[in-house]
Design a protein around this ligand. Structure first.
Ligand code: NAD
Length: 367
């Protein structure tokens, strides 16, 4: 059994600590003063932006210095709450002016999915680094354009894949990379919840790009990629629709299968119409892992053939923001959260929708 004591012992000996090597405690060693922090403006001040801002109060090397919003009353609230000066506030019409603001290094785009493409292009044109929320865009074509725009502007482009900074998830990936599960034989991931308000943007194709697959299916899919370390080469998908009125424009429940080069298959799913559906299962020749909860804001749990891993429960948003700040400020490689990772997921999501259109046909993925 891998007890908490074993785990802490390993970490203190530096064995198996790779998964924790860039946590904020370590990042703090950089010994950066206030002026060396990554200064972040948040674009879109809705539900998740508020969670990010709250989490960022724990950050050591990232801080909120600006906002972009179309709602003046929200700007007022954020100014008071986070001590943001007037000169660092913008609306969607004035956002291009951010290029002249030395108080802002990076913009975190937290707007509805179908606006990500337009907003990331605007931020790249303003010469600021950018984090974009998942899903990166409506489709792979848009994601490629976003990557190209950021490359052309010489700015870094990340996706808000917070789990790649989360200790249990990092330990799962470390164990897989170290061969502790042996050859991976099967993966089974599910994510979802019962969505409320039928008038919200998440149920409108023009703002959401799609339904459960875009919003939470991306966790099952991204999880299958970090469970296997491989990229899918084919996809099949099926949709269950029990409420065609509420889910008139977007998908309700999708199951999808991913075929990998090694020959293994991941069986994945996502829903917008029932609760208590969450989990990741990895089965290998030498061992297994189960995460449940696997994709929420925490606590995340990891159980393996070695026992329960009792890693720290951290604030995902704070860890993500300090982690990305560490990559930018210290020119470090990111843990698979670049725009290119968003594109890899988007290519598969495109294939899921193509399979649905073709009655579940097997779609081969061209890279
Ligand atoms: P939300 O509806 O709570 O907030 C969206 C914000 O965008 C609002 O402030 C809204 O005013 C603004 N907005 C700007 N232009 C708009 C327009 N034309 N129509 C509607 N709203 C507009 O949504 P949210 O839950 O904060 O989600 C925002 C993004 O964050 C989504 O892409 C979502 O997938 C992502 N998200 C990620 C996580 C995560 O864990 N990484 C969690 C929740 C949401």
């Amino acid at each position: 059994m891998s007890s908490r004591r074993d785990f802490l012992q390993k970490v203190s000996l530096g064995i198996g600590a790779a998964a924790f090597s860039d946590l904020p405690a370590v990042a703090a060693h950089i010994n950066r003063g206030q002026d060396k922090q990554l200064r972040v403006a948040i674009m879109g001040l809705g539900g998740y932006a508020n969670i990010v801002a709250k989490g960022m109060q724990e950050c050591k090397i990232a801080k909120i210095t600006g906002v972009i919003s179309g709602t003046p009353s929200k700007i007022e609230t954020w100014k008071q709450k986070y001590n943001i000066p007037d000169k660092n506030t913008y609306n969607y019409e004035t956002v291009a002016q951010i290029k002249d603001n030395p108080d802002i290094d990076l913009v975190y785009v937290i707007t509805p999915n179908s606006l990500h493409h337009k907003h990331v292009l605007q931020i790249a044109a303003a010469g600021k680094h950018v984090i974009c929320e998942k899903p990166v865009a409506d489709n792979a074509k848009q994601a490629r354009e976003m990557i190209a725009a950021c490359e052309k502007a010489g700015v870094k482009f990340y996706i808000g894949y917070r789990l790649h900074f989360e200790p249990h998830t990092k330990e799962l990936i470390r164990m897989r990379e170290a061969g502790e599960f042996g050859k991976i034989m099967h993966v089974n991931n599910y994510a979802g919840f019962k969505i409320g308000d039928p008038t919200q943007w998440r149920l409108k194709k023009s703002l959401a790009g799609g339904g459960a697959m875009m919003d939470v299916g991306v966790y099952s899919l991204n999880g299958a990629r970090y469970c296997t370390g491989e990229e899918p080469v084919w996809v099949t998908a099926q949709e269950g629709k029990t409420d065609p009125v509420k889910f008139k424009e977007v998908d309700e429940t999708i199951t999808f299968q991913l075929g990998f080069p090694s020959g293994i298959i991941a069986n994945c799913g996502c829903t917008y119409n029932f609760n208590h559906v969450e989990g990741l299962k990895l089965m290998g020749e030498k061992g297994w892992a189960e995460m449940n909860p696997a994709f929420g804001y925490g606590p995340i749990r990891l159980n393996t053939h070695k026992g329960n891993l009792e890693a720290p429960d951290v604030n995902h948003q704070a860890y993500q923001m300090d982690g990305i700040a560490d990559c930018i400020l210290n020119n470090k490689p990111d843990p698979n959260v670049s725009g290119k990772e968003g594109l890899k997921d988007m290519i598969v999501i495109d294939a899921v929708y193509e399979s649905l259109k073709k009655n579940g046909a097997k779609i081969f993925i061209n890279k």
